[in-house]
Design a protein around this ligand. Structure first.
Ligand code: SF4
Length: 399
């Protein structure tokens, strides 16, 4: 509590409210005995606190937990549900606290990968030399042709494509001359979502260390900066998505605050569930074609007849969709239009069709994984192929 009282005394005009001090006291008492790191039977400590608007919650937890993290030589991770609260922490609460605490501390905002540009993709789209001649996104029905290609083919620029080409050229130049760090939120004007999606950093298309642009990669540079920070501000989505992914520091070793924690259940449901549109299965036509094409470029045998597997999977999912519609018609769906089965147990009628779809999908996924692993291996063993490999990997990624 001494740290909280110090913050109150040292901040001009700050008047602590009763609820706020109670909250700081509850946090201090609860977390004082927590075990951090690996222990056989760790002493876990969780304080669940509900406090109304205006109590000054962020000041209460930050003023107590930043010094506690410093004393325990660990970090504080603050997770929020809204951008507004993140901004308040980054621009108001944490700078104010840093100004009065006796021991300096650093803080950084953790963002999802897709907030950063993928340098490799941007070079391709902006037509910079180096990657232009390599087949990263050859035109297929779901990927729009490169704007450079469009402009060249038509002999004159058309409006949306010209706009996109200009955007990518200007982003590439800003990145190259250091006036932009690759963070979408740092752009004066926000790009169109569809345009940005073409150049956003993405896990599934990234070969990480094997990428020839890894050392200059905006996302990985931002991640390295996070490793230096004493306090990290993130959001619930990112924290839950990072479990087991090493995107954020080891959570067992941090003090963690889930502010706006009442949003956690919905975010968790979103993060740990999957969905599929059974009425749109065209991607299964594209999948074997791209796999065969990449396999050929890798001089790799795929080991399975992916064309037949994909065709059978498409038929199995189609049948499953029809069966689901019959089931839904004959039962009462939930209040929100969702069909839930008691304890999540599927009806007997679905067992066989789901098992068939799973078996086919697993076989295809294995071929895809093996191909991805072969590409990474080649990039590692022969760095002169790294660029080519990164392009092929990016082609497989969306699948
Ligand atoms: S490391 Fe990954 S995200 Fe970064 S430039 Fe390379 S492919 Fe893109």
């Amino acid at each position: 509590m001494a740290a909280f009282d110090h913050m109150v005394a040292a901040t001009p005009g700050f008047r602590s409210r009763t609820g706020q001090r109670d909250m700081a006291q509850a946090i201090t008492t609860t977390l004082a005995g927590v075990d951090l790191g690996a222990h056989d039977e760790p002493n876990r400590a969780i304080a669940v606190i509900q406090a109304g608007t205006g109590v000054g919650k962020s000041a209460a937890y930050a003023a107590t937990l930043v010094p506690m993290a410093q004393a325990r030589k660990t970090r504080l991770l603050i997770s929020t549900a809204t951008v507004a609260l993140q901004e308040q922490l980054m621009t108001k609460d944490l700078p104010a606290l840093a100004a009065v605490l006796p021991t300096p501390f650093t803080y950084a905002l953790a963002k999802g990968r897709a907030r950063y540009v993928c340098k490799l993709k941007l070079e391709q789209w902006s037509g910079l030399p180096g990657v232009n001649s390599v087949e990263m996104f050859e035109a297929d029905e779901d990927v729009p042709p490169s704007p450079s290609t469009l402009a060249r083919a038509s002999g004159k620029s058309q409006d949306p494509d010209e706009r996109r080409m200009e955007l990518f050229d200007s982003l590439a130049q800003a990145l190259a001359n250091g006036s932009w760090n690759g963070d979408r939120d740092q752009l004066a004007e926000q790009p169109d979502g569809q345009d940005w999606a073409l150049v956003a950093a993405e896990r599934h298309t990234c070969t990480v260390r094997h990428c020839p642009r890894f050392r200059q990669c905006s996302y990985y540079q931002a991640r390295n900066a996070l490793a230096e920070a004493d306090v990290i501000v993130a959001n619930h989505d990112l924290v839950l998505a990072s479990l087991g992914m090493k995107t954020l520091p080891d959570l067992d070793n941090c003090l963690i605050v889930f502010d706006e924690g009442h949003h956690l259940p919905a975010v968790a449901l979103d993060q740990f569930s999957s969905s599929m549109d059974l009425s749109n299965l065209r991607w299964l036509d594209r999948l074997p074609r791209i796999m065969l094409e990449v396999g050929e470029k890798m001089h790799s045998e795929l080991g399975e007849d992916v064309t037949t597997l994909a065709r059978d999977l498409k038929a199995a999912l189609h049948d499953l969709g029809r069966l689901m519609m019959d089931l839904l018609r004959s039962t009462v769906v939930g209040y929100d239009g969702t069909q839930r089965w008691p304890s999540g147990v599927l009806p007997e009628a679905l067992h066989e069709p789901v098992a068939l779809a799973l078996r086919l999908a697993t076989s295809l996924a294995k071929v895809l994984d093996d191909l991805g692993a072969a590409i990474k291996l080649l990039a590692r063993d022969d760095p002169s192929q790294a660029l080519h490999c990164s392009m092929l990997y990016a082609r497989l990624g969306p699948l």
